[in-house]
Design a protein around this ligand. Structure first.
Ligand SMILES: *Cc1c(COP(=O)(O)O)cnc(C)c1O
Length: 453
């Protein structure tokens, strides 16, 4: 129990904590929830109120909060070694984790470069891809092909390869330029297509045209496989990812897959790339890697990429990049235990009926007056609210419809966080069917309350 009252904590928070992606003027005006405990898929605040964690604590939580086995693994490790560096030293947990991950990542992705969050994993990927090209005698290949609505993190390199204007436009003068391909956003298709089954994915023709024009100066294509998460839970049509891989092969570009959100079971398979048997050249993983316990990330490379960095010291082929807390043993120990739980809980198999239930239950949202589109990818979904359903006219973003729905959902015991006008469903993978039903019921009632009154 905290020795501080909720009021004291709130006051100190408002005085000293600058919250991410938050207009602090609004934040300071309202009474905020202060979380004290986690139990399974629930968060408990300082007043003892319980909220179902509908966004898996920013898309990280896998097995629920405070899972006994994970807590134990962390306690055991902290009594052995809390941290030592990977600069000049190896350490047991980081070795075992890399070897274990190599067994489950797509074949050929065997070289693990650790960092601590999704943005750094992508920052590493971008630098690695460029340096790879330079080592192969093609230093002019310094640009990247990216997608509109892409999100790869908030550090400057990651922002540069991103494509969400509301987050990224401010920093344009600080960013490097990229070649931006259309987002595979079928509901608001830039090519004016209505159905990916009929159009043959024209957006890929646009991508190929850009590659033909700019490819000789590009290091690679950067993509969130299957699902553009932060862009609004935009789900790619089946086959899209595989065709991007083919294009990368045909034009000799590296394929950089950002599995920061999709990795570790979210899509129903361990990694999204596995749905289309795609092996990227470089893959970034983070969010779910340590089950939502600790910051950890890795940029995974194939042997081909790794080998390009080998040479005499004086040849300057070293990858000069590294973070202080790289390969932290506490985080790696939890990540290893999490992979044990994937097996002992039969988690990926147990997910399938939950994914099917969600698909079924989401159909009821489609008929709602202000639901324009419903998109699902495994255990992730987005419900896009529109002011006018026939015209697909969006609510003005300043009306904060998504935020209003999430505030309403709190009354139903749900914590959620929207992406603009898109309501997000992204619970811990360990959620039970009954809890999932509770989440979907509560969100539907909240959407009704906000949009139909
Ligand atoms: C969250 C996210 C990132 C950034 O991860 P951070 O840990 O927040 O830096 C990068 N890529 C994708 C696809 C993400 O969803």
């Amino acid at each position: 129990m905290s020795t501080y009252s909720t009021e004291q904590l709130r006051a100190l928070d408002k005085r000293h904590v600058w919250h991410p992606f938050t207009q602090m003027q609004d934040w300071e005006r309202d009474d905020q929830i202060v979380i004290e405990k986690g139990e399974g898929c629930w968060l408990v605040d300082t007043e003892g109120r319980r909220y179902l964690d509908g966004v898996a604590s920013m898309w990280t939580n896998v097995h629920g909060h405070c899972r006994a086995e994970l807590n134990e693994a962390l306690k055991v490790q902290v009594d052995r070694l809390e941290h030592s560096t990977l600069l000049g030293l190896a350490s047991e947990q980081s070795i075992l984790l890399a070897a274990r991950l190599a067994e489950i990542t797509p074949p050929g992705l065997d070289r693990f470069f650790y960092s601590d969050n999704g943005s750094t994993a992508m920052e590493v990927a971008v630098k690695m891809a460029y340096q790879y090209q330079a080592h192969n005698g093609r230093p002019e290949r310094s640009r990247f092909i990216t997608f509109r609505n892409a999100y790869h993190g908030d550090t400057l390199g990651a922002v540069s390869v991103g494509g969400i204007d509301i987050y990224h436009a401010t920093f344009k003068p600080l960013m490097f330029e990229t070649i931006q391909a259309p987002s595979p956003y079928c509901y608001r298709c830039e090519q004016g297509c209505a159905d990916p089954a009929l159009c043959g994915m024209k957006c890929l023709d646009a991508l190929e045209a850009l590659i033909v024009q700019h490819g000789a100066f590009c290091a690679g294509v950067v993509i969130e496989p299957l699902l553009q998460g932060a862009g609004g839970m935009i789900v790619q049509p089946p086959g899209f990812l595989g065709r991007v891989r083919e294009l990368c092969n045909r034009y000799d570009l590296l394929m950089i897959a950002d599995e920061v959100a999709t990795g570790f079971g979210r899509t129903g398979r361990m990694f999204a790339c596995q749905h289309e048997e795609v092996v990227p050249d470089i893959m970034a993983i983070s969010k779910g890697i340590a089950a939502g316990y600790l910051p950890l990330a890795a940029t995974v490379a194939t042997e081909k990429v790794y080998a390009a960095f080998l040479g005499e010291y004086a040849a300057l082929k070293t990858f000069f990049h590294g973070h202080t807390f790289t390969g932290n043993p506490l985080a790696c120990a939890v990540a290893l235990k999490s992979l044990d739980l994937f097996e002992s809980d039969n988690l990926l198999v147990e997910l399938q009926p939950k994914i099917a239930f969600m698909k079924d239950r989401l159909e009821q949202f489609r008929t709602m007056e202000h639901v324009g589109d419903v998109r699902q990818c495994g255990m992730a979904a987005g419900i896009e609210l529109v002011e006018d359903k026939t015209a697909r006219r969006a609510y003005p973003w300043e009306h904060k419809l998504g935020v209003k729905v999430c505030l309403e959902a709190r009354k139903h015991g749900i914590f959620s966080r929207p992406l603009g006008n898109t309501v997000v469903i992204y619970p811990p993978l360990a959620i039970s069917l009954a809890e999932l039903e509770f989440l979907l019921d509560g969100l539907q009632r909240s959407i009704e309350a906000v949009t139909e009154t």
